[in-house]
Design a protein around this ligand. Structure first.
Ligand code: NDP
Ligand code: PYC
Length: 341
């Protein structure tokens, strides 16, 4: 989809945007159930101003479905493997409907054992990760999720890309306010943001990536065309990215970020990997006090000068969108309607 800044902004009710995205996904090969999960996820990202994974991603979903790389009608197979462990084979489909299929069992196990793990494999995740964890915190649970993507990040100290952009998302309840949520790629930048900068003709700060010769570059096109991203925070982000590969792929039975080959499927964009979600019931340790303790932590952070919590920008954008509609450009809306036929 074209660079958003060149066209006037329009506001669309959330339900209308969700229905439009669902129609596109169904038209291009998703079952009603899969299209519904993806449309809700993508409309939520657009609503919250998470632009690298909002409607910008729809052409990628469409080209991937058209390429035959992903099964838009997959039905996830949920296995109850242990008192605190649920395993899901996503059947070569998307991760979000796989999570939806296993969610009730996962929550039941977390509430009974105090902690439970959901290991998804044979799955494609092409979205922001916070929508997968935030709802657990809305229910009073703590959740942590990791997903690996596709080779485009050079491990710290190495000379060639290997890791994916491998995000980590965390959510915890906080008394009297929205959950505390962070969601971050372990690369210096999300791949989606590099694509957006390239389309907008913007340069990046130094330290984000390297060109095809391994030299530092500020040109997003040089990163995308034969170059690579760097981990954030040198060896520290690199270690976290390695951890994500272990938890999201090795532990779940999914592919590492370099283990799939989509070259036979021109147009394929979605990483075929795995995802791990850990859910903890804090009432087992702290009774009702955990959310109060979260609140105390936030208050202390604010007392020492913090003016912006992670997740706060999204919540602010959400509030505006709930009042005025979800923002997208006229051009984006036009292109979405065309894709919906
Ligand atoms: P950002 O760097 O934009 O933000 C990371 C986190 O830091 C967010 O929780 C954000 O909160 C918070 N934050 C940002 N600026 C500040 C600040 N000044 N003070 C305090 N907190 C701040 O995210 P990334 O670019 O790393 O990732 C973008 C998205 O890409 C994520 O949703 C991620 O899941 C997704 N992604 C998905 C992949 C996949 O394979 N599916 C792969 C890689 C990335 P806020 O949200 O409020 O801005
Ligand atoms: O933005 O890095 C990214 C990304 C990879 C897969 C989906 N999003």
């Amino acid at each position: 989809m074209s660079a958003p800044s060149t066209s006037a902004v329009v506001r669309v009710p959330f339900a209308q945007l969700q229905a439009l995205l669902q129609a596109i996904l169904e038209r291009h090969g998703c079952s009603q159930q899969v299209a519904s999960a993806l449309a809700f996820n993508c409309a939520s990202a657009q609503r919250d101003g998470a632009h690298s994974h909002g409607v910008f991603r729809i052409p990628g979903y469409v080209s991937t479905l058209a390429s035959g790389w992903v099964n838009g009608k997959a039905v996830a197979q949920v296995s109850d493997v242990a008192s605190g462990y649920v395993r899901v084979d996503a059947g070569g489909g998307f991760a979000q409907p796989a999570l939806a299929a296993a969610r009730a069992l996962l929550v039941e196990k977390a509430r009974s054992a105090g902690i439970a793990v959901l290991a998804i494999h044979n799955s494609h995740h092409f979205a922001a990760l916070w929508p997968d964890v935030e709802p657990f915190a809305d229910e009073g649970l703590v959740a942590l999720s990791v997903v690996n993507s596709m080779t485009c990040v050079v491990p710290h100290g190495a000379s060639k890309p290997l890791f994916g952009t491998n995000p980590i998302a965390f959510a915890a309840p906080c008394a009297g306010t929205d959950p505390i949520v962070f969601d971050m790629a372990t690369s210096a930048m999300a791949h989606g943001d590099v694509q957006i900068a390239a389309r907008a003709g913007q340069q990046l700060p130094l330290g984000m990536g390297v060109d095809a010769n391994g030299q530092p570059t500020t040109d997003p096109k040089a990163i995308l065309e034969g170059g690579a991203l760097l981990p954030f925070g040198e060896h520290k982000g690199s270690a976290l990215s390695m951890m994500v590969e272990l938890l999201a792929a090795a532990l779940t039975g999914g592919n590492f970020s370099w283990e799939f080959d989509w070259n036979g499927h021109p147009g394929a964009k979605t990483p075929w990997t795995g995802q791990l979600i850990i859910v903890i019931d804090p009432s087992k340790a702290e009774g009702d006090r955990f959310a109060q303790r979260s609140r105390e932590l936030v208050a202390q952070m604010q007392a020492v000068g913090l003016t912006r919590m992670p997740g706060e920008r999204r919540y602010r954008e959400r509030e505006v969108a709930e009042r005025e509609g979800v923002a997208l450009t006229e051009q984006e809306l036009h292109e979405l309607k065309a894709m919906a036929g």
